[in-house]
Design a protein around this ligand. Structure first.
Ligand code: S3P
Length: 415
């Protein structure tokens, strides 16, 4: 349990941990490539450690020195391994595609929360390439058996970077060409990294085409994670002024800025540059009077992990906000529609659940209260931001889960 006291103002300059999505991919793709790569500013959160553990178990060599990793791929993957993916959806889904592509038989499993998350969404598209993947009634454990893969055209019904990436990782080892398309473009870190590693890959709108390719190791300098920076950006908007340094602003990830634009949050992107194939900037956010917003399905993929926080901002905004098209939140680390609505109500806000989103009626002041994280890192961190902005603060139960993506979150908050 952690007590969070409310604060009259919140100001500061912050260096945030490396991007989780990019770190997973840098470890996994280099672990299956020719040569050795150095990854700097890697996220050492529990999810990425799960990817390290699984790739080592398959035979990749990974040396860790602080947040610098040296990864050497192996041409001879170990077979028959049981791969513990912990709490990490990205690890289990990408690795299912990776193992299918490499023809490795493996069992992939995770903790209670991961075991409740849908896995048919990766097994079914991979089956179109000829992969033999069995789930446990649509969930983990997932069993991958070796098969020759043949490229296919895959149309995803939901926008999911994890599923798209699983198909691409299988597709680069399949004969022929694989084309994967999605209804709205999701984060494209896999596409960018594959291109940097020499893959035969082409992107056209929401479709990506790959052909069989041998990957060469590539060094990756990981920018700070906008999904982690978002908590400090929101604190700037609610309570003062914050500067988040060297944050990745890949356009498939900046939905939080779209939400800020509509909410009327004052922010600026300073010192824009390109680092490791990804655009970065320092993000300055200042205290702002926020007004209610509407978000729909098209807005969701670029802010999928920030939606609990965006909903929280709406609880402090003037008027009635409506977020729809976000049914995917129900199958995250917790049912984030339910847990976010409960969080907002527990700290004194007004939030109604919809099957695929929320209606939030903003209030000038929220009194505070106690919140359970439901062992979901994003709920724990959203609760901390919310409580700091309330009148009386409150307690967070089971806050340790923030180590999944942001191990020193509470220290950075000054707690
Ligand atoms: C991720 C994709 C998203 C996101 C997750 C990380 C990735 O999941 O929510 O935190 O790294 O590819 P979905 O693909 O399920 O939308």
């Amino acid at each position: 349990m952690r007590s969070i006291t409310s604060r009259a103002s919140f100001e500061g300059e912050f260096e945030l941990p490396g991007d989780k999505s990019i770190t997973h991919r840098a470890i996994m793709l280099n672990g299956g490539a020719q040569g050795e790569a150095t990854i700097t500013n890697a996220l050492m959160g529990e999810d990425c450690l799960s990817t390290c553990r699984c790739m080592r178990s398959l035979g990749a060599k990974i040396d860790v020195d602080g947040t610098t990793l040296r990864v050497s791929g192996t041409p001879h993957f170990r077979r028959g391994r049981e791969l513990n993916c912990g709490n990490s959806g990205t690890t289990i889904r990408l690795l299912t595609g990776f193992a299918a592509g490499k023809g490795i038989d493996a069992t992939l499993y995770g903790d209670e929360s991961l075991s409740a998350r849908p896995m048919s969404r990766v097994a079914e598209p991979l089956a179109l390439l000829g992969a033999d993947i069995k789930t446990t009634e649509g969930h983990g454990p997932v069993y991958v058996s070796p098969r020759e893969l043949c490229g296919a055209r895959v149309e995803l019904k939901i926008a999911s970077a994890q599923v798209k990436s699983a198909v691409l990782l299988a597709g680069i080892s399949a004969s022929g060409e694989t084309i994967v398309s999605e209804p709205v473009k999701s984060r494209d870190h896999t596409e960018r990294m594959l291109a940097a590693m020499g893959a035969d890959i082409q992107v056209s709108g929401n479709a990506v085409q790959v052909k069989r390719s041998a990957l060469k190791a590539v060094d990756v300098c990981v920018p700070a994670d906008i999904s982690s920076a978002a908590y400090f950006m929101a604190l700037g908007a609610l309570k003062g002024k914050t500067l988040c340094k060297n944050v990745g602003i890949n356009p498939t990830r900046t939905g939080i800025l779209t939400a800020f634009d509509r909410l009327g949050v004052k922010y600026s992107l300073l010192n824009k540059r390109i680092s490791g194939g990804e655009e970065t900037a320092d993000i300055l956010v200042e205290k702002s009077h926020m007004q209610a917003i509407t978000l729909t399905a098209e807005d969701v993929p670029a802010m999928i992990d920030e939606l609990p926080l965006v909903a929280l901002c709406c609880a402090f905004a003037e008027g009635e906000s409506r977020i729809t098209g976000a049914r995917e939140l129900r199958v995250k680390e917790s049912d984030r529609i339910k847990t976010t609505a409960e969080l907002i109500r527990n700290i004194g806000g007004d939030c109604e659940e919809l099957p695929d989103g929320f209606v939030i009626r903003g209030k000038k002041k929220l009194v505070g209260g106690n919140v359970d994280s439901y062992l979901d890192h994003r709920i724990a961190m959203t609760a901390a931001v919310g409580l700091i902005a309330t009148e009386k603060g409150g307690e967070i139960y089971r806050p340790e889960c923030c180590a999944i993506s942001f191990p020193d979150f509470f220290e950075k908050l000054g707690l």
